[in-house]
Design a protein. Structure first.
Length: 202
């Protein structure tokens, strides 16, 4: 079972395969793993103790960032995520902790969650993907339907008050239109975030 894996100079943490979205461009539709990792499909979700043991086995003299990002939405296991992030920060406050998320944590957990990331997470990378709510539904196919797009915007707005760095992302393909990217940048900046256009990895 792959809990932690290396991507360049970071350690990635695979907490769950659960996700409230079924994005048309998601890498897990095409491969069992990424970046040379073994399969990221979990036969079961790791316990918190297993997550901490896997992290503690990493040599952080060589890795300066931990990224909660696997083959599912990490905020589906919010308590485990926050406990692991707190554990890392207690051991080394200078270690950078990032969470890659679809921004639907509040809907997943049924409550406002942005304040819970304070002092545990240095960066939230939130998938915006488009400036248009209808296109978002078609691209990301969230189980929450029409509630999803405004929820991710509100989560981003709140997160900017608690997390030092908040980034919204769009995928370079299918979002190739420069005007659309500009509109996405305007949305991100209005919420206190910055925009990053990610390359599409087929």
């Amino acid at each position: 079972m792959t809990i932690t894996y290396q991507v360049k100079s970071a350690i990635y943490v695979n907490l769950t395969n659960r996700c409230p979205c079924a994005c048309t461009f998601c890498l897990r539709n095409k491969a069992a793993g990424v970046y040379g990792s073994d399969s990221l499909w979990l036969e079961r979700e790791p316990t918190l103790d297993e997550v901490l043991a896997s992290l503690d086995a990493c040599d952080f003299a060589h890795y300066r960032e931990v990224v909660f990002c696997g083959y599912g939405e990490p905020t589906e296991r919010l308590d485990t995520l926050l406990a692991a992030a707190g554990h890392l920060k207690a051991k080394d406050p200078t270690l950078r902790v990032r969470v890659n998320t679809n921004g639907l944590s509040d809907l997943v957990n049924g409550k406002p969650t942005a304040p819970m990331f304070k002092d545990k997470v240095d960066c939230l990378s939130i998938s915006l993907n488009t400036d248009d709510p209808a296109e978002y539904l078609a691209l990301c196919r969230p189980k929450f339907g029409d509630a999803a797009y405004p929820a991710l915007l509100e989560f981003t707005r709140q997160a900017a008050a608690y997390v030092p760095e908040v980034v919204m992302t769009v995928v370079g393909e299918p979002v190739t239109d420069a005007a659309k990217q500009s509109r996405c940048r305007t949305i991100a900046e209005s919420l206190g975030a910055r925009l990053r256009v990610r390359p599409y990895e087929a």
